[in-house]
Design a protein around this ligand. Structure first.
Ligand code: SF4
Length: 296
């Protein structure tokens, strides 16, 4: 591994491992590999929600909830074994030789850029998030990957739970990053897009409290519903929310602005064109001064 450059490479949308974002791998329950534009390379996902539990019901969600989930309890030994095996497989070049990775440059499939808690639901809904982080950190240390990031991709509803706070503190000690969803600026639009019974205030409070302790990344999916993009007044409200985090003493490291990559179960939810996304990202930059990365 030492001879491989651990630097970002341009990830192509057309690579099979980018197009196919399946959260399944062989007969594994929890761990899966993806090549991710936002991770800028190979990300090993840890799906803590094979039960498909989520406290959001986003209009763009790709999780198939028409079929039942599995494994209500997270079996930590199995997470550990699957993660060990997949890391070894990637580092040895085995992953890169699989058909799904045949058009991915071999060095991309051999460099684990992050291990990300992300799956068929909301990772912070598990009761022992802190122990799950500990398992991942142990395996990374054991494999000589102590510098590899641990990422939590979250809807933020559970960031105020005690076990999650402990888990975040552990992540802070292991190059942790919180990638937190924010798709709206008002309660109404939040209910329209994320369809959650969790109050928007709680999400905003959790974002602020989390961003006060460490810089966070905001992930925002912008789309059209019934042919209409986010209204200008909503975009202004969204930008105000970002500014309120800074004014409240929090730090947003950057914003990931993206749109739908694949068709959604709701046919009235459709993607923005690259120009539309770019215009919107420009507005966010000018209203907030934040770095905004576009993922059209
Ligand atoms: S937060 Fe994620 S898993 Fe939950 S409904 Fe939204 S897109 Fe689906």
């Amino acid at each position: 591994m030492g001879d491989l450059p651990n630097r970002p490479v341009a990830i192509r949308n057309t690579w099979k491992a980018v197009v196919d974002h399946a959260r399944t791998y062989q007969d594994f329950t929890y761990v899966y590999p993806v090549v991710s534009r936002r991770s800028r390379g190979l990300s090993i996902g840890v799906n803590l929600n094979p039960d498909k539990q989520c406290n959001f019901d986003c209009v763009y969600c790709e999780v198939d909830r028409t079929t039942p989930g599995r494994a209500r309890e997270v079996r930590l030994d199995q997470v550990r074994d699957e993660l060990r095996w997949l890391i070894d497989h990637a580092l040895s070049g085995g992953l890169g030789r699989e058909p799904k990775f045949s058009d991915t440059p071999p060095e991309v499939a051999r460099i684990v850029r992050d291990v990300a808690f992300s799956g068929d639901g909301e990772p912070t809904m598990v009761s022992n998030f802190d122990v799950c982080v500990e398992v991942v950190a142990d395996v990374l240390r054991e494999k000589g990957l102590s510098e590899t990031k641990i990422v939590l991709i979250t809807d933020s509803a559970g960031l105020d739970k005690a076990s999650v706070r402990r888990g975040l503190a552990l992540m802070d000690a292991h190059h942790g990053e919180v990638w937190a969803k924010l798709d709206a600026g008002t309660e109404d639009y939040y209910r329209h897009i994320n369809r959650s019974s969790v109050r928007f205030d709680r999400i905003l409070g959790n974002l602020l409290e989390t961003a006060r302790v460490r810089p966070i990344v905001i992930q925002s999916l912008f789309l059209k519903t019934h042919g209409q993009p986010m209204p200008p007044s909503e975009l202004e409200a969204y930008c105000r929310r970002l500014n309120q985090i800074r004014e409240g003493g929090g730090t947003v490291r950057e914003v990931h602005a993206y749109t739908l990559a694949r068709p959604t179960p709701e046919p009235w939810a459709t993607r923005l064109s690259p120009d539309e996304l770019s215009e919107l990202a420009g507005t966010i930059r000018s209203r907030t001064g934040l770095r905004v990365e576009e993922f059209p």
